[in-house]
Design a protein around this ligand. Sequence first.
Ligand SMILES: [Zn+2]
Length: 216
Amino acid sequence: MNAGRATPSRQRRTPVVALEAGAGPENPPCPACGEPLFGWIDARPGLAGPVSRCESCGLGAVGSAVRVEDALEALDRVRDGEAIRIANRASFSAWIGGAGWAGLQPSSRYLFTPESVRRLVANRDQVVSKSRWSPGAGIATMWQTVLNGFTFGRNVALGRLGRAGAVHAERPWQRRLDALICVVVAIPALLVAVPLELTAAATRRGSTVSLHLELL
Ligand SMILES: [Zn+2]
């Protein structure tokens, strides 16, 4: 009679599975921390493949080929002077944006978090000595993430400004409409994005983070 109801004894028996148990060909190990990667976003136009993520350090990986050396190379490509600047996959904008997160660009292979960088660079005896929110780039990423909620394509506005890789809509009329939407919604989106990003930064979940590395 009570077949559909979980009894207290059934609840107590709910198994707790270690992350390692999910490892397998479908879930390759995270190049930063070794825990299995799990599916996050399906393959779609403008991406090299489906996106998986690490539940432990937060690293995201596009496509199935994941290697420590590749991830370190990708990290070196986002060098900004003495520091590296990452779009933070552990940010509030990535959480609300999902597949529409502006940090997810056509060139993206790895999506970093401060924790995944800390673990990755330990492979070459480096430590993260300083971590700082980048206000301008952070607000721009949040702004574009909000805009992506209104357009057919992705990253259309920042793409036009040369600040991000854009994925344009398939049909000409959609692209024309996207251009119009970006103009009409730009200011309202900014009025939403600024307080959202400031709140995110205050809780250490800013969209863009600058990290200083030092050799041990
Ligand atoms: Zn990881």
